[in-house]
Design a protein around this ligand. Structure first.
Ligand SMILES: NC(=[NH2+])NCCC[C@H](N)C(=O)O
Length: 540
């Protein structure tokens, strides 16, 4: 990659000065920085220069003062859930005194005052040891006439060694990290922009406790498929303690249970639509559902809808779109594509049709549907991605190919791994990180061993871990607008099967709303000291 190339690509990446740090092929740190002089600050063109620096052996805190700033800049990076490609350092031109680094932990308290990020990288016991007093102390220091020399002095004078500890942790982590940073070539510039966007998206939402308002809505509906019991899904999930478990994720989760959707059926409309079983129920229930979802989202909550069979996806997505009044994207996590029309469906079960009812590209393939005038097929199939497919009917396959639908079946998950698949799906759906995301999660996307109590269980599916990973990734975007969890049928299988399925559903839901498998750090909390008796006695 020559310098010219980088110049042009980086212009699009940033609209302010900055550094991008990566390494070259020989394992040395390579920094591209934007050289900007005061006079042309408003000029659009940025000039990026590449600098080679060998920081592999650097003891950053023994550097001459003038080098310290340079070194510190190298540490700012995104580390969350990093696979190889995400391991880059990135730094806007934040003066190093405002960048606080411990290991992979970054806390910058000037520009991003709100986001004091505290994480460890999972590879060792790297912890953030930046304490509040020190941050305050540093802040005062920063406001005075700051220079590198002063900064070096602080390290020396630090009586309780906090900075020294931080320094040694940082060195250790830096070594780890340097070995993982990709080269510019590896980063494929095409993807790079998205990595950066994700980086900032992640930084914005790493928060230990993020305000999360949830509205729970049950839809005890089973008319989209023939098996009894799926209407009891919402109550089985609630009875297993969903609401309590959601509430205990952390203090800032705020839940309101809106109870179950009820509707009146207009049997008249049934006669007119061939090969859509229980059509009247479908139309009437989804109408009420759409209105409820719209209302909940308009109240500022993420709507969590508990199904019911998957035909209710029509109402939930419709309500979501109406509430947002802007483009919404849909992640359909399912073993099935649910893309049949009444013409192509072999079963006539509407739970195999919701995606086809929603997609604007398929509107010509439907007859007039009386009682469905409230629902316009407003979502473009370009805004839909599938994850988990493994039971796709032949016409559905035709549609997927014909319309070029983003579909990650089990094969792709095997080839790329779930982390890459979710990233690809989210980047495709929401490249700018602006859209509200709707996840329609059919429990049958999970392997039949993980979730046996469902109408059409299919082997060879997602593990629960993969399902959780999908939802954790969605949570991290901070853009989840609505989620459906459908097709849990407590009348299928043994008591153990039901428990396993309901448990899986709850795990999936919790991870969508911020439950962290890594644990959550209590915000602003200190490890409580014993006050009396004073401390543990060492017995001589
Ligand atoms: N969400 C579901 N479980 N869908 C199953 C659909 C099965 C089949 N493709 C059908 O159309 O009948």
């Amino acid at each position: 990659m020559d310098e010219e190339n980088i110049n042009t690509s980086f212009i699009n990446l940033f609209d302010c000065d900055g550094w991008i740090i990566t390494k070259n092929g020989k394992g040395k740190i390579q920094a591209a920085f934007c050289e900007q002089d005061e006079t042309n600050i408003y000029e659009k063109t940025r000039h990026w220069k590449i600098q080679q620096t060998d920081h592999t052996k650097t003891d950053s805190f023994n550097l001459p003062p003038s080098e310290i700033g340079k070194t510190a800049r190298f540490f700012l990076r995104d580390i969350l859930d990093s696979d190889k490609k995400d391991n880059y350092f990135i730094c806007y031109d934040i003066p190093y005194v405002n960048v606080f680094v411990c290991g992979t932990v970054i806390s910058f308290f000037e520009r991003y005052r709100k986001y004091s990020v505290i994480i460890d990288d999972g590879t060792s016991s790297i912890k953030c040891i930046v304490q509040k007093e020190i941050l305050n102390f540093k802040k005062e220091f920063c406001s005075s006439d700051t220079n590198d020399h002063h900064f070096a002095e602080i390290f020396k004078e630090d009586k309780d060694n906090t900075f020294l500890q931080a320094a040694s942790i940082t060195r250790q982590a830096t070594r780890n990290l340097i070995s993982q940073v990709p080269t510019f070539e590896e980063l494929e510039l095409g993807d790079f922009r998205q990595h950066l966007q994700r980086c900032f998206r992640l930084i914005n939402c790493i928060h230990t406790e993020r305000e999360t308002k949830i509205g729970v809505l049950g839809v005890p509906f089973d008319k989209g498929q023939p098996r009894v019991g799926v209407a009891n899904g919402p109550d089985a999930i609630r009875k297993a303690g969903l609401i309590e478990q959601l509430a205990s994720i952390h203090r800032k989760v705020n839940i309101k249970d809106y109870g179950n959707v009820t509707y009146e059926v207009n049997k008249e409309i049934d006669k007119h639509v061939p090969n859509m079983r229980e059509y009247a129920h479908i139309a009437c229930c989804n109408h009420e559902l759409s209105k409820s979802v719209e209302g909940i989202i308009k109240e500022g909550r993420i709507c969590l809808t508990l199904g019911g069979d998957h035909s209710i996806g029509v109402g939930t997505v419709d309500g979501h779109i109406k509430a947002k009044n802007e483009e919404v994207c849909v992640l359909w996590v399912d073993a099935h594509a649910d893309l049949n029309t009444n013409k192509t469906s072999a079963s006539g079960n509407v739970h195999g049709m919701p995606m086809a009812l929603l997609a604007s590209e398929l509107s010509d393939y439907w007859p007039y549907l009386p009682g469905m005038d409230w629902q316009k097929p407003v979502i473009s199939i370009r805004n839909v991605a599938y994850i988990g497919l493994r039971s796709v009917d032949s016409y559905e396959r035709l549609v997927i190919d014909k319309l070029g639908i983003t579909a990650f079946g089990m094969e792709e998950i095997e080839n790329y791994g779930i982390a890459t698949v979710v990233n690809m799906a989210l980047n495709k759906l929401d490249p700018e990180g602006k859209r509200s995301i709707h996840v329609s999660f059919d429990i049958d996307s999970l392997d039949a061993l993980e979730a046996p109590s469902t109408g059409i269980p299919i082997r060879g599916g997602l593990t629960l871990r993969e399902g959780i990973h999908v939802m954790e990734s969605v949570y991290k975007t901070g853009r989840l607008g609505a989620m459906d969890l459908v097709e849990v049928n407590p009348s299928i299988g043994t008591e153990q099967d039901v428990k396993r399925t309901v448990d899986a559903a709850i795990h999936i839901i919790l991870s969508a709303f911020g439950y962290s498998r890594k644990g959550l750090i209590p915000k602003d909390a200190q490890l409580p000291l014993q006050t009396f008796p004073p401390t543990r006695q060492v017995i001589q």
